[in-house]
Design a protein around this ligand. Structure first.
Ligand SMILES: [Fe+2]
Length: 171
């Protein structure tokens, strides 16, 4: 938010990269708060473990963004990611809903995969811009996180296919 609201100074690609990274930093920070609640709400033990593991990974990803902000020398804690706010809110609606545990787990996975895809889009964008601007070290770090988000998404898909949806369909 805010990058394109100033009339005085047109943003550069460097500004855009900082903005994308600040947005991701806010997204990861919100997720650090949300994932323990999702883990608590999960009925399936494999799903619960996946959320708990991704919480630790998310904390490392947030630290990585702080490291990148140090490398590029800008303030990263400057914005609120409104999209992640909405995704977290939708996740909370699932947590607070009354449903069969397996059906609720399937809905939790749906909410979590939306988050992963949002992050994949954000990291993909930031990675491309960083590369174009010649920030190779930054691009490599962003690619590490991008691959982790892809793996997290894949893992959720597998849990849905092999465990949760099968349980839910038996209801
Ligand atoms: Fe993440």
């Amino acid at each position: 938010m805010g990058l394109f609201s100033s009339k005085e100074k047109l943003p550069t690609m460097e500004d855009l990269l900082h903005h994308e990274l600040a947005d991701l930093y806010s997204a990861e920070s919100q997720l650090v708060e949300a994932l323990p609640k999702m883990a608590k709400a999960a009925n399936d033990s494999t799903l619960r473990n996946a959320f708990t593991e991704h919480l630790e990974e998310t904390k490392r990803q947030r630290d990585r963004l702080r490291q990148i902000a140090g490398m590029l020398n800008f303030e990263i804690d400057t914005t609120t990611c409104e999209a992640m706010k909405g995704l977290v809110k939708e996740g909370e609606e699932v947590i607070n809903s009354e449903a069969d545990p397996a059906v609720r787990d399937a809905a939790l996975i749906g909410a979590a995969q939306r988050v992963e895809h949002y992050e994949m889009a954000g990291y993909g964008t930031a990675h491309t811009i960083a590369n174009d601007l010649g920030h190779r070290d930054v691009a490599n770090l962003l690619n590490e996180t991008l691959q982790e988000e892809k793996n997290a998404d894949k893992k959720l898909n597998e849990i849905a296919l092999n465990r949760v949806n099968k349980k839910a369909e038996r209801m």
